[in-house]
Design a protein. Structure first.
Lengths: 146, 445
């Protein structure tokens, strides 16, 4: 019955309005141990991704991976963190405005190299959703649905 | 219609205002108060409150739902076996209109969707001779969570968890000795569980169960491959007019007690525990208290005060309190209540909903249901002490007498046409009086 008026999947398209490449968008678990890729292609500056439909309707933790972040020295750049949760909270100003964190995995972290990403919680209401990623004057990444 | 309206408004806002993170329910209400009359506000408030304060259900509660289903079915069967004859039917379907009402909490976040519980329980018996009754019973529950609601065919969303439990068996009741034995099988099936968010579970489990009752004493057990899962010992001391006991007096104030041993493992060790239920008639079998304790560790589990306007329990009201063992202190207690009016049950934080709807709290849960028991031509609700009062009136019509008087009334309704000829209008069957000088135009084929 509900399928008549409720969307049970989200068709997501991401537009990159920053000046760095977005490498992908994943849904991640609270502890960061499980990663479920959503947008797998890289999105060049000024480009849009393909539309990808997934069953994510609700509020989820999303990780947007960047190739690099030009002004990252102004960001909260954390190297080798054991508790990524702290990083997120510190980097998160508002729901739609988060700092980009950079993890340097060179010194004992379990990554395979340097990863620059932003993590935030987003509400997906189902149906077509268009996420625009921009950066503000302070160098923060800004995520908005249009 | 109001429910649909609420949801449409909700969706509409989402389309118009894509920049918002999440519109608060206060804003919903403001908008709706302007558009609807005062008489509808209470319903909307209830709906809004149902969504606003609802906690998402944890994924772990869904993986643990199997034991709950099986145990509830055996408890239900135990109550029906108090009589062990006649029949019983119980059908129910939970209804939660909003997909934000019983969201699912997984490691990734909060998913919109629907927790559901569809169930039936049917018992029927045949009279073999004047004292022996042979019965068949089947209890079925299908519960879980899916991204859409449904009647029979689930959506099978990527984060769905759907499982079912079927209990069936045969019973024999001997009226002379006031004894019942019943036994059968219990199947637990996992229909679908997304590997992305749920822990691994065993699929297709088969259990055996048996129930034996002698007068007010009963014993019930369920087993898995030779090891017990639950063992229940019940003492139904309260006297019930429905089963030939006293209708009033001190005997109706005796307690109903049952103790259940649950098999539980913690690591490799047995960590069994006992749950003790005490149901107590407080006033004329219309007001009951129902208290549950867990031994040896947890102590007080839940308490309910139940009021049935009639001892037949067709209609019931309850206030309840359950201890959730989440935090220590008073905030651990979840207070709630429920109204049960034959075809619908509305519950808010009630013990039953907390236990059977995956720890749902903070939301109004409606169940569309029908439940009735029958024995010896009397009707009663589940666990009732007395049959429903019934008024039998002989209301059959003496057809011959009725038709005759009707025909007599129609006599003489002859008219004349334009040429003055007599025209007779036939109406129905007419009985002709012998010797009466009437002309009939009917029966001419």
């Amino acid at each position: 019955m509900s399928h008549l008026f409720i969307d049970t999947s989200t068709r997501l398209q991401v537009e990159n309005k920053t000046d760095v490449t977005i490498l992908g968008l994943d849904v991640v678990s609270d502890d960061g141990s499980s990663v479920s890729p959503w947008i797998r292609e890289s999105i060049e500056p000024g480009e849009k991704s393909k539309v990808v439909e997934e069953d994510w309707v609700g509020t989820f933790r999303v990780r947007v991976r960047f190739d690099k972040w030009d002004k990252y020295e102004k960001m909260i750049a954390v190297s080798c963190v054991t508790d990524t949760r702290d990083v997120r909270v510190r980097g998160l100003k508002k729901q739609s405005e988060v700092g980009v964190t950079q993890r340097d995995a060179g010194s004992g972290c379990d990554g395979e190299g340097e990863q620059t990403y932003a993590e935030l919680e987003l509400d997906f209401e189902g149906g077509s959703q268009y996420l625009v990623v921009t950066q503000d004057d302070d160098g923060k990444a800004v995520f908005k649905f249009k | 219609m109001q429910i649909l309206y609420y949801i449409i408004i909700h969706k509409y806002d989402g389309i118009l205002d894509p920049y918002r993170g999440r519109m608060t329910d206060v804003v919903y209400l403001d908008k709706m108060l302007m558009k609807t009359g005062l008489n509808k506000i209470f319903l909307l408030l209830a709906l809004a409150a149902g969504v606003a304060f609802a906690d998402p259900i944890p994924a772990e509660a869904l993986t643990q739902g199997g034991l709950q289903m099986r145990d509830r079915q055996l408890r239900d069967i135990g109550l029906v076996m108090r009589g062990g004859r006649g029949g019983f039917i119980d059908i129910g379907y939970t209804y939660t209109p909003s997909s934000e009402q019983l969201q699912l909490k997984s490691q990734y976040g909060v998913h919109n969707g629907y927790a559901f519980r569809h169930h039936y329980g049917i018992f029927g018996s045949w009279v073999l001779d004047s004292i022996s009754h042979f019965g068949f019973l089947t209890w079925f529950d299908r519960t879980g969570w899916d991204s859409q609601d449904f009647f029979f065919f689930p959506h099978y969303g990527k984060f769905a968890h759907i499982s079912s439990a079927l209990t069936w068996g045969f019973s024999y009741t001997n009226k002379k000795y006031d004894a019942t034995v019943a036994l059968g099988l219990q199947h637990q099936n996992l229909e679908l569980a997304s590997h992305r968010i749920y822990e691994n579970e065993s699929d297709s489990l088969l259990f055996y169960w048996a129930h034996a009752r002698y007068k007010s004493l009963s014993f019930q057990g369920s087993f898995y491959r030779g090891t017990f899962q639950t063992l229940r010992f019940s003492l139904d001391l309260e006297s019930r007019a429905l089963y030939g006991g006293a209708g009033s007096g001190f005997k109706t104030y005796l307690p109903n007690l049952n103790a259940t041993i649950y098999r539980r493992k913690s690591g490799d060790d047995d960590d069994n525990f006992v749950r003790l239920n005490w149901e107590q008639n407080l006033y004329e079998q219309v007001l009951y208290a129902d208290v549950t304790f867990d031994f040896p560790d947890d102590g007080f589990r839940s308490a309910a005060l139940k009021y049935y306007p009639d001892p037949s329990r067709m209609i019931g009201f309850e206030a309840s309190c359950v201890r959730r063992h989440e935090r220590a202190g008073a905030s651990d207690l979840l207070w709630g209540g429920a109204i049960d009016i034959l075809f619908i049950r509305l519950g808010y934080n009630s013990v039953f909903d907390y236990e059977n709807m995956f720890h749902a709290k903070g939301t109004l849960i409606a169940e569309i249901k029908f439940q009735i028991g029958a024995a010896d031509g009397k009707f009663f609700g589940h666990g009732a002490a007395k049959p429903a009062p019934m008024e039998t009136t002989q209301n059959s019509i003496d057809l011959k007498k009725f038709m005759k008087s009707h025909a007599e009334q129609n006599m003489g309704t002859t008219t004349r046409d334009s040429e003055g000829r007599k025209v007779l209008h036939a109406k129905g069957i007419r009985y002709e009086n012998e010797g009466a000088a009437t002309t009939s135009s009917e029966g001419g084929n």
